[in-house]
Design a protein around this ligand. Structure first.
Ligand code: DOR
Ligand code: ZN
Length: 332
């Protein structure tokens, strides 16, 4: 048996409207809290929208002891006064370079204009969460972005920066070079490589940004996650799209893994004999990095088959129709 206390998902897309109603309970049932991404249409850029979105999520998840930790979509016109007014409502601000992923068009185009907002965030202790990809060749985008991380980490030593969903060995290595750099890692990047997506018949449900990488990258991610390294935390990047948007000529990017998250993590950590580090990866590290106290929730997983459904109301999960070796037995 594996027992987890207050598991946290520090990178989650819940969407809004009907999709929110479908997917939020699948996270709130098993997780004690999650960092909620702001890339809605239009993106979450005002205090009013953060508060409304939070209330919408709470309404749907209220029976579950689940804290939605909110984020704002980074704009370089946020000033100190605005940030002071919104600080209590958010845990981080998420920066997207323009055009690199789903609903990021309104993201940053001019990286030389970030300083005043980053200075204000640093002063107020607001975490900067970043989708770190350039607009270059798809397999090199994360690597090309590392110089931006270095620059920000160096210029704003008191700003906590989370490199979201890191996927390469180079990113793992950069993490160790600056005290103020942290990272999240997804399940799909821990389990899969580009071969799983496109090595045989194309599997659109595995298409995501950043794209799946090489076996060497996957090994580096596994090594750092399994070690329980304190600068790394679990962020699922669970990103639901309706089946018809995935099984289409222009396939939307995003892997929907929330309903299999804890089973898949338990399976990986158990297989590698690192069960004792899963609590750190899935909760303790995040609590320290973000200085949060999530609601108490005890999740017990047992070493029994979990047959993953084919879909959840029109949304296809990671490992659909496959069996995982661990299942959630109880949540108290
Ligand atoms: O694959 C992805 N899907 N990557 C992201 O960064 C965003 C996400 C989404 O919102 O669908
Ligand atoms: Zn994401």
């Amino acid at each position: 048996m594996i027992v987890l206390e207050s598991p946290l998902d520090m990178h989650l897309h819940l969407r809004d409207g009907e999709m929110l109603k479908k997917v939020a309970p699948l996270s709130s049932k098993e997780f004690a809290g999650a960092l909620i991404m702001p890339n809605l249409i239009p993106p979450v850029t005002t205090k009013k929208r953060v508060v409304e979105y939070k209330e919408e999520i709470e309404q749907i998840t209220k029976k579950d002891h689940f804290t939605p930790y909110m984020t704002l979509f980074f704009k370089s016109n946020y000033d100190l006064e605005f940030l002071k007014s919104v600080k209590e409502e958010i845990l981080a601000i998420k920066l997207y370079p323009s055009g690199v992923t789903t609903n990021s068009q309104e993201g940053v185009k001019e990286f030389d204009k970030l300083a005043p907002t980053l200075e204000a965030m640093s002063e107020l202790g607001i975490v900067l969460a970043v989708h770190g990809e350039s607009n270059g060749f798809v397999m090199e985008r994360e690597r090309e972005f590392l110089k931006v991380y270095e620059e920000i980490a160096k210029n704003f030593p008191n700003l906590k920066i989370v490199m979201e969903h890191i996927t390469t060995k180079d990113s793992v290595e950069l993490l160790g070079k600056f005290d103020n750099l942290f990272a999240t890692i997804t399940i799909h990047h821990l389990y899969l490589t580009l071969d799983d997506l496109a090595g045989g018949l194309l599997r659109p449900h595995l298409f995501c940004k950043p794209i799946l990488k090489t076996p060497k990258d996957k090994e580096a991610l596994q090594e750092v996650a399994l070690s329980g390294y304190e600068k790394v935390m679990f962020g699922s990047d669970s990103a639901p799209h309706p089946r018809e948007k995935k099984e289409a000529p222009g396939c939307a990017a995003g892997v929907f893994n929330a309903p299999v998250a804890l089973s898949a993590l338990a399976q990986l950590f158990a297989k590698k004999g690192k069960e004792e580090n899963l609590q750190k990866f899935v909760s303790t590290n995040a609590q320290k990095i973000y200085n949060i106290k999530p609601p108490k929730k005890v999740v017990k997983l047992v070493n029994e088959l979990f047959k993953v459904p084919n879909e959840y109301e029109g949304v296809v999960p990671l490992f659909a129709n496959e069996a995982l070796e661990w299942r959630v037995e109880s949540v108290v």
